[in-house]
Design a binder for this molecule. Sequence first.
Ligand code: PLP
Length: 377
Amino acid sequence: MKVPFFDRTRGDCAVEGELVEALRRLVTSGQYVLGREVEGFERRAVEYLGAAHAIGVSSGTDALLVSLMALGVGPGDEVICPAYSFFATAGAIARLGAQPVFVDVREADLAIDPEALARRVSPRTRAVVPVHLFGLAAPMDAIRQASGTAPVVEDAAQAFGARDGGRSVGTMGALGCFSFFPTKNLGGFGDGGLVTTEDAALAERVRVLRVHGGKPKHHHALVGGNFRLDALQAALLGVKLAGVDALTEGRRAHAARYRALFAEKGLLGSVELPPDTPEHTYNQFVIRVRDGKRDALRDALKEWGVGTEVYYPVALPHQPCFAHLGHRPGDFPVAEAAARDTLALPIFAELEEREVAYVVEGVARFFRDQFGGKNPM
Ligand SMILES: *Cc1c(COP(=O)(O)O)cnc(C)c1O
């Protein structure tokens, strides 16, 4: 058997008719950038997320960039972010000439540690960017409190639909940033993103920055960029949005199955499973494999026919492009351990039950071989 790490075609083919219908509507509309399709998608996103405002943008990366621009982040500013995330979280800060100030993550959920965060807030802190990693809401109340008066920009790129006590991620900070990259829970057919905010003035600023800061057109009080969402993406995302809850439920069912099978096979002493909370949306199902065995397990699973990924092999402060910040190995112990230990298993909604079982069987075989053919349990 072969289990792909990710396969979008299974789900997309199931709604092919609706996707083609949306495409037909687009082709006959003649409006390919922003316009009615984007406005319609923004309205539906507002409704789904319970946000006051939603602005469709060109990618999750650009959502972060334009949000920080809307807050006036620039050279000389510090922006706090976790030491463990996808690169764009820190990249957006650095691109504006601001300094990313890295804070270690918590062991339990790999979210930015609110206590460590509070210690790094300074008069130069212009914003704080927590990440809702792998589809699980970060502890926003503690993060907001730790941030003091600094605005919080939620990197919700991996967490569309994730909630915390019923509140949607992206609605709890000053601004929320979503990605519709094809691997995200609400995956588009190319790049796309969304900015959410409860603040009408910030929403207006993001809208203006999205079109080079032109308002009225060709008059620029601000320097923005081309951060526009294509009508094509908006039209197709509208089809996917209608089914996103079912996809998330599919991911949750696989997560529950993984938990049951890992327990049944006596593997809970060998691997650690992600936090078990009902509001997790499992953009990734990331296990921890200690004692330096992660890469060997990954190789063994590959041989067994199972695709996996490592999110992320290098903690952000140790990326070569941030060498000038002078961070040393050991400065971010939790993030550094995560970089060594994390392994993402297949979790896409259309995975089959027998495929999940096959993945766990591959893990079980690996640990049986490790213990000389004897099951450690
Ligand atoms: C995917 C992702 C982004 C960037 O989104 P793109 O749409 O790929 O630009 C930013 N932050 C995190 C945490 C992500 O996972």
